[in-house]
Design a protein around this ligand. Sequence first.
Ligand code: PLP
Length: 399
Amino acid sequence: MTAARPTALPVVQFHSRAGCVDLGWGHPHPAALPVDAWAEATHSALRRYGAAALTYGYAAGPGPLIEWLCERLAEVDAGPPEPAQVFVTGGASHALDLVAALLCRPGDVVLVDSPTYHLALRIVADHRVEMVPAPADEDGLDPTATAELIRAIIRRGRRVAMLYLVPTFNNPTGRSLPNERRSALLAVAARSGVPVVEDDTYRELAYPAPAPASLFSGAEPGTVVRIGSFAKSVAPGLRLGWLTAAPSLVAAVTARGYVDSGGGVNHTAALALAEFAASGAYRRHVEAIRVRYRRQRDALVAAVRAELPQAEFVVPDGGWFLWLRLPHPYGGTELLPHAEAAGVSYVPGRQFFVADAGHSYLRLSYSMCDPETLVEGVRRLAGAYRAAGLSERSTPLPG
Ligand SMILES: Cc1ncc(COP(=O)(O)O)c(C=O)c1O
């Protein structure tokens, strides 16, 4: 291998800070990225498809990837989409941006689960809509109260463009919406006409598998758009994901000017992924990372139980996150500077809410660190908790 060209410009999004155990980032463990198998898949795609691998791709994504994805979703979900219901995207973020571009008009209301993936809030906000939290409790989004809220918003003369949630292994809570609520939410979507955007990014990271059936698989046609990603199951740098939706929505995405001009999104990487899948590497890889992330989850859970028994949490059945609630109403917000000073970091719960809420919570990610590092991170966090004196103070701070 030749040496990398020296550059003063960054190569990657995240660099670990010296001396800091960073439990903030939802990034894969470096050893879980399939470098050699991906090199093989890329060669294989180039050998098999030749120039067709390097030219503009078919608008909805290359056929071999779409067909395999439908087969895979038949295995890991309650039912597969039809190929005409699939569009390959540049990751789930891109899928959400595309869907929002199609469904939202400036000034619309978009309902979002609370808490929900904080960076999805950024993507939705780009579309100049008003985000309103959908009513939720410990079990997740409350469909009955959400239906009432939709009616109230419409009575005020506003349009509700869509409802966004991560019903399976939610980021940040790790929890999945119970089945009765899934059915009730599908009924609300069908009755109200408000499209549900289901972020299914963590489906493959189920410990133990299988994940619950998606909303999409049980929905009336045209009521749910589901977005997915290969960022967690293979590698985020690929920028590959997908959406499944009514063929009319797929056709509308396909007709967008930049697809018309540029062809299918990330065509060469998409063909390499099709090879990665066809060779069996995808299946082996997902089985291996399930074992890894489950071990990392268990290490973090055990460490929090031992070192920080004041924290309440539910052990997640999948995903990458542990969602802790501290007894102090501002615990998650106030602890952060103490934690950083002690050499550990996390994302404060407030960031996952549209409203000014969630200050008692914090999100720890177990994806990026070995079990020993997770244990050390929690040891530091517990030290910071004692240093902050949060257990002694029960009165909330102002604001
Ligand atoms: C719920 C959720 N959706 C989407 C994403 C982003 O996915 P992608 O990298 O495919 O854009 C993430 C990444 O953290 C996520 O947690």
